[in-house]
Design a protein around this ligand. Structure first.
Ligand code: SF4
Length: 223
């Protein structure tokens, strides 16, 4: 009997999840979207990039981070020896909020289980939040991205690297681009195993949740 490789299972399960999300009408964003933008990339990726939600071009094409932001993301990936096909790219909400407004709490709540399942299936070493919104949301903080970035945070069994949204660098401030390049060096260090999670303290180990294993315990976002 031919054994099925784990990444084949992951690919199949991600595909099944994507097909389910494709028809999702759980929240009001279904009424105004053109396409669901589930996510795209390598199901076996070491790193998942997480943005806020699809913009106009993403909504039209059904793919995350296309257009100029996507091109800059690909350039930054290239500088650390990666392509878009090496990583996975997703958003907090899978449908475009009208006029690119921030997703509302009930929309985030309705959609968060999809991102949680993507994380459980892909099991990346690093999660990279792109921009203020997803960084603050996933790290449960009011601190802005300018202060948050520049380090990696322990986050549910992996490291989370907050960085700017590529659109911020495209506004022309060279400092933002330089900071993003530094953050991508951090991502590379995690992928290469040069930067790792601290082992849990013995006394705290019993209380730490399994590595993104228990869906009931993994509450990704503030309630
Ligand atoms: S944003 Fe998420 S929960 Fe809302 S309709 Fe789209 S896929 Fe469903």
């Amino acid at each position: 009997m031919t054994e099925v490789a784990p990444n084949e299972i992951r690919t199949a399960e991600l595909g099944a999840l994507g097909a389910k999300v494709h028809d999702c009408t759980v929240c009001r964003l279904a009424e105004t979207r053109t396409n669901v933008v589930f996510g795209a990339g390598n199901p076996d990726a070491d790193v998942i990039f997480i943005g806020e939600g699809p913009g106009q071009q993403e909504d039209e094409q059904g793919l995350p981070f296309v257009g100029r932001s996507g091109q800059l993301l690909e350039k930054l990936l290239g500088e650390i020896g990666l392509t878009r096909d090496d990583v996975y790219i997703a958003n907090v909400v899978k449908c475009r909020p009208p006029k690119n407004r921030d997703p509302r709490p009930d929309e985030i709540d309705a959609c968060k289980d999809y991102l949680r399942q993507q994380l459980e299936l892909i099991q990346p070493k690093a999660a990279v939040t792109l921009g203020n919104f997803s960084s603050k949301l996933l790290l449960r903080t009011d601190t802005g991205i300018t202060k948050l970035r520049g380090q990696a945070y322990e986050w549910w069994g992996r490291l989370l690297v907050p960085t700017f949204h590529p659109a911020a660098a495209l506004r022309g401030n060279p400092r933002v681009l330089a900071d993003m390049q530094a953050d991508f060096q951090t991502i590379q260090a995690i992928i290469e195993g040069k930067l790792q999670r601290r082992p849990p303290e013995p006394s705290a180990a019993a209380e730490e949740p399994d590595e993104v294993a228990d869906p009931e315990q993994l509450d990704l976002f503030p309630t």
